[in-house]
Design a protein around this ligand. Structure first.
Ligand SMILES: C[S@@+](CC[C@H](N)C(=O)[O-])C[C@H]1O[C@@H](n2cnc3c(N)ncnc32)[C@H](O)[C@@H]1O
Length: 253
């Protein structure tokens, strides 16, 4: 069998709305969004002075970073809009207009995202292709940024884990479950560098007094990753990928 080349960094969420698409197979991510709803409502009501923020334009700007193809992003945006409207009603303000920036990497299936936008939505929609580890929006242009289940995607594989001469070499494995502490540290450090870039970019884009909500998987402090159910799942997935590697050439960029 001939070897097939797969370039990993060009692999977006599975597009379209067929049986194998992201839009039909993202119930778990939808659950994360539902779990966050109460916290987001509370933050909007208690921390965001929506009335002051929109006093000039009467337009409230929201960005969802790493939105994929939908539909989870639509539920999230609807919930945010309802909360902002509630907050404005409480301060006797008039109903604003809403502008939503949908961001993801350029290879994301934005066509599916836009063709499945809810027909009776209460917002204007804009697509923003680009990495959220860089600037994706103009300075002070957005009142609320949210990202769910996306910031655990590192910008790149830490180079030490691919270096056979490094203590952090991960022996060709694609996951750090049960790996040496040096490997875990290499991934942790990469996350730290990425998060710094993420926060620097958002600090420029979000207006003063705006809100940033980051929803992502975590782990109780001190618990080894190998104790998590996720670890077992990723270990099996890694085994499958390693087997596939004997038949295909994987470029991890
Ligand atoms: C698991 S999906 C989550 C999608 C959506 N937030 C949800 O809850 O259903 C993660 C998304 O993050 C996007 N993503 C990963 N890294 C990114 C980056 N650096 N910039 C923008 N989007 C990114 C991926 O392309 C993918 O669509």
């Amino acid at each position: 069998m001939g070897k097939v080349e797969i370039v990993l960094n060009s692999l977006p969420m599975s597009g379209g709305d067929g049986p194998n698409s992201y839009s039909k197979n993202s119930h778990l991510q939808r659950r994360t969004t539902s779990l966050l709803k109460e916290t987001i409502d509370k933050l909007i009501l208690e921390k965001l002075n929506a009335k002051t923020l929109i006093s000039d334009s009467n337009t409230f700007h929201i960005a969802d970073l790493g939105c994929a193809t939908g539909p989870n992003t639509f539920f999230l945006v609807d919930d945010i809009i309802k909360s902002v409207e509630t907050s404005l009603r409480k301060s006797n303000s008039s109903k604003p207009e809403f502008l939503v920036f949908f961001n993801d990497l350029p290879h994301n299936d934005f066509n599916t995202l836009f063709t499945s936008l809810p027909q009776h939505r209460s917002y204007f929609a804009v697509g923003v292709p680009g990495s959220f580890y860089d600037r994706v929006l103009p300075q002070s242009s957005v009142h609320m940024v949210v990202t769910v289940g996306a910031t655990h995607w590192l910008s790149s594989v830490p180079k030490e884990v691919l270096d056979k001469t490094s203590k952090a070499w991960n022996k060709g494995k694609v996951h750090y479950s049960n790996a040496a502490e040096e490997v875990v540290k290499a991934y942790r450090d990469q996350f730290g560098r990425d998060m710094e870039k993420f926060l620097e970019a958002r600090a420029k884009e979000i207006v003063s007094g705006g809100l940033l909500v980051v929803g992502m998987c975590g782990i109780p402090k001190g618990m080894p990753f190998s104790n998590l159910a996720d670890s077992i799942m990723y270990k099996s997935m890694a085994d499958v990928l390693t087997q596939m590697q004997s038949q295909v050439v994987l470029h991890i960029l």
